[in-house]
Design a protein around this ligand. Structure first.
Ligand code: UTP
Length: 476
């Protein structure tokens, strides 16, 4: 392999005004020079210019976004995920039985807050089983397949941080029961961080520019580039749902969610959980001038976040839980237009090399990172359908480490146990006080499965006295 000549890479760096990235070129060996040159050549410099422009438009010291104008904005009408509407359920079941629903699992995040050494999907979260998030979520895909007789093609988005470990986990665990042909792994892209003061790119090693994952919105371009949209089309997928790896109660394939999407001829559907505390850090779905979109919690002024309607409900209460459904054709159109998703920036601490080549770990935010958000497709959709689910039934995110007051392994365990106890009770099964139970994701899809489990009569007195994972198949 010839060593890249300084002239060519010098010309490239000079043309984009980033010569400082070659400050340590003279000290790099051939492999290091290749690494740096490959990285610089892989960048989309037009996109980086857009990032730098956005950074320049923000005041570097406060990095505050301009206030949003939300005059006339309101919470859009929301349908219940448990409406019991027979037409809606039928439409959803038919779509699943026709094999026309595909799924994208968003699993590229770095899980910084959780502080777990590995992709979040490999975190053991089952309160009794200790099953990982991947096992639980893939288990529920198996349950859907068993019920409807068709598998759900699954595209899993990883990132540089999670890709290798995710592939290794899937291989070691035989894809958690999924058929490898049912699964497509694709990696989201990265975007360089820029210095908050001068907009320049930063080195975090002599041969490496500091980059960060491009946000869950990176899904659109990365999926298209990996051939994922064609892959869905080739399997007859018309509706694509997306969900996040850190919510074991997620119900992206609920027949009512899919059925509502189909029956309302929506191009974009989204699930929300009613927000009751104004300080909850979730984005809210709002409708303004006929356009529906998500406003991030950081963009919602405190006074508006706390505003109540006459009935005491928060004016902006539709908390987004990042479970969406799209028409595949809508995703195809959006992917064809590189400007579909705007860039967002965040003021963050990014380690960088100083002029002497020493790594500086900044004590306060020094740089901007850039991300795209998938919910920014919402305003482009012709029709948006908003579906409401209670947190107890559909949202228990794992974000924080053990001991945190919210979204921690303990709060997720409790939510899963409470969920199991409630549904067992509805099927006529009592669980003794203080006993942890868990529903096996792969064999118990819904209350129908639980009723059959109860009817099998293998539980003395229909009572559970010991911690247990409730599995349907064993009792049929
Ligand atoms: P979060 O924004 O909560 O990030 O992601 P995170 O990585 O889980 O945790 P922190 O913020 O570093 O502590 C929500 C979902 O979006 C995915 C995550 O994997 C998670 O499923 N995500 C986030 C990506 O796939 N890529 C990204 O660039 C960011």
């Amino acid at each position: 392999m010839p060593t890249p000549s300084k002239t060519t890479i010098h010309e490239l760096a000079a043309s984009v005004n980033q010569l400082h990235l070659l400050a340590f070129w003279g000290q790099l060996d051939a492999a290091g020079r290749h690494r740096l040159e490959d990285q610089l050549r892989s960048f989309d410099w037009n996109q980086i210019a857009a990032c730098q422009q956005l950074a320049a438009s923000r005041q570097s010291t406060t990095a505050k976004a301009p206030p949003l104008d939300l005059s006339g904005a309101r919470t859009p009408p929301c349908h219940s995920l448990s409406s019991g509407d027979p037409a809606v359920i039928k439409a959803g079941r038919e779509a699943l039985a026709a094999g026309s629903v595909g799924a994208i699992l968003v699993a590229g995040g770095q899980g910084t807050r959780l502080g777990f050494d590995g992709p979040k999907g490999t975190f053991p979260i089952g309160p009794v089983s200790r099953a990982t998030l991947f096992e639980l979520l893939f288990g529920s895909l198996k349950a859907v397949e068993r019920r409807y007789g068709r598998w759900v093609p699954l595209a899993i988005m990883t990132s540089t941080a999670t890709d290798a470990a995710t592939r290794e986990f899937l291989n070691q665990h035989q894809y958690c029961g999924l058929d490898p042909k049912q699964v497509l792994l694709f990696r989201q892209g990265t975007l360089p961080a820029v210095d908050a003061v001068n907009g320049q790119l930063l080195l975090d090693a002599p041969d490496h520019v500091a980059v960060a994952p491009d946000g869950h919105g990176g899904m659109l371009a990365a999926l298209a580039a990996a051939g994922g949209l064609d892959w869905f089309a080739s399997q007859g997928v018309e509706t694509v749902v997306s969900f996040q790896v850190d919510n074991p109660l997620a119900r992206p394939l609920d027949p009512e969610f899919i059925g509502r999407h189909r029956l309302t001829a929506a191009t974009f559907s989204t699930q929300i959980v009613p927000k009751t505390d104004p300080t909850e850090r979730v984005g809210v779905v709002v409708e303004q001038n006929g356009i529906t979109r998500v406003v991030e919690y950081s963009d919602l002024p405190e006074i508006l976040a706390a505003e109540q309607l006459a009935d005491g409900q928060l004016r902006f209460h539709a908390g987004s839980i990042a479970i969406h459904a799209f028409d595949r054709s809508f995703l195809e159109q959006a992917a064809a237009n590189t400007d579909s998703l705007p860039l967002h920036l965040a003021h963050k601490k990014v380690p960088f090399l100083d002029a002497d080549g020493q790594l500086v770990e900044p004590a306060s935010p020094n740089a901007f990172k850039f991300e795209r958000f998938i919910f920014d497709l919402m305003p482009l959709a012709e029709r948006v359908s908003v579906v409401e689910v209670s947190a107890a039934e559909g949202f228990a995110p794992l974000k924080n480490p053990s001991g945190a007051v919210s979204d921690s392994p303990e709060t997720v365990h409790q939510a899963m146990v409470d969920y199991a106890r409630r549904h067992l009770a509805a099927a006529g099964i009592t669980v003794a006080d203080g006993i942890d139970v868990e529903l096996d994701a792969a064999t118990i899809l819904d209350d129908d499965d639980l009723r059959q489990f109860a009817a099998a009569g293998s539980l003395p007195g229909n009572r559970i006295d010991q911690p247990q994972v409730v599995r349907a198949g064993e009792h049929r």
